[in-house]
Design a protein around this ligand. Structure first.
Ligand code: APR
Length: 234
């Protein structure tokens, strides 16, 4: 096997499941009768901003009740000790990777703890409800904040940086994602065509399972620490 220097890790909702954060496409996918697609689109926000703001306010408030699990902690250990390049690309909007200590991290679908002002276009740290129309901390305009979340039909963040990392990667590891949502679902193929070895760690085979060199099936809280120990042991 080629020597591994550069690693890209993609994470999805499954890595936070053992912390008690609901996944999107599991049995508990309905939120008060709504599919996530019906609350996570610009059209839904235009149609019913109160509903969409309340949905994200509830998810933001829930973060105070959850803690990083062994999988987040293991990735933070990898981040601290891996001597080569590493980029953790998360589709998750929770803050569990950073609370575990991960630094080389990028939130491609935005963050619950960030707000975006539609009046001045600034993004700002946010840890309170938005549904009551607070003022922007940059331009002071009231009632123009939205969750800084990438909704269906919007462009994920940092696509160029992610593509560059995938092209350079010796190893691509996908953790806890169903492979239902592009562009992230296509990263395995980008990395593999560019020469990376590809590994999936998931509770069940994902939709893109066949594209991986190797799939390990089980809970992230067990599989991720095992894999990180392998990497750090050399
Ligand atoms: N350990 C590992 N994998 C798990 C665990 C666990 N404990 N629990 C669930 N999983 C797996 C599921 O089997 C599933 O394949 O995690 C995956 C979660 O899939 P989704 O719920 O579809 O979440 P994700 O892939 O992150 O969704 C992608 O879709 O809704 C949008 O923007 C949202 O970022 C999200 C994107």
């Amino acid at each position: 096997m080629q020597a591994i220097r550069s690693i890209v890790v993609l994470t999805g909702a499954g890595i936070s499941a053992e912390s008690g954060v609901a996944t999107f496409r599991g049995p508990d996918r309905l939120w008060e009768g709504h599919r996530v697609e019906d609350v996570a689109t610009p059209e839904a926000f235009a149609r019913n901003p109160v509903l969409v703001q309340a949905f994200y306010d509830a998810r933001r408030a829930k973060l105070a009740e959850v803690e990083p699990n062994a999988a987040h902690e293991a990735l933070a250990r990898l981040d601290a000790h891996w001597p080569g390049d590493l980029l953790i690309v998360t589709q998750n909007v929770d803050d569990l990777h950073e609370r575990a200590g991960a630094k080389r991290l990028l939130h491609m679908h935005g963050e619950l703890k960030s707000a975006w002002c539609l009046a001045c276009d600034a993004r700002m740290p946010w840890d309170a409800p938005i549904s009551d129309g607070p003022s922007c901390t940059v331009c002071n305009a009231p009632g123009h904040l939205r969750p800084d979340i990438v909704w269906f039909g919007e462009m994920p963040y940092e696509m160029e940086r992610i593509d560059r990392a995938l092209m350079d990667a010796d190893l691509f590891v996908s953790i806890g994602t169903s492979g239902a949502v592009y562009p992230a679902a296509g990263y395995v193929q980008t990395a593999r065509y560019a020469g990376a070895r590809t590994l999936e760690l998931n509770l069940e085979p994902s939709l893109g399972s066949v594209f991986f060199h190797e799939s390990r099936i089980g809970p992230a809280g067990r599989l991720v620490p095992e894999w990180v120990e392998e990497m750090l042991a050399g």
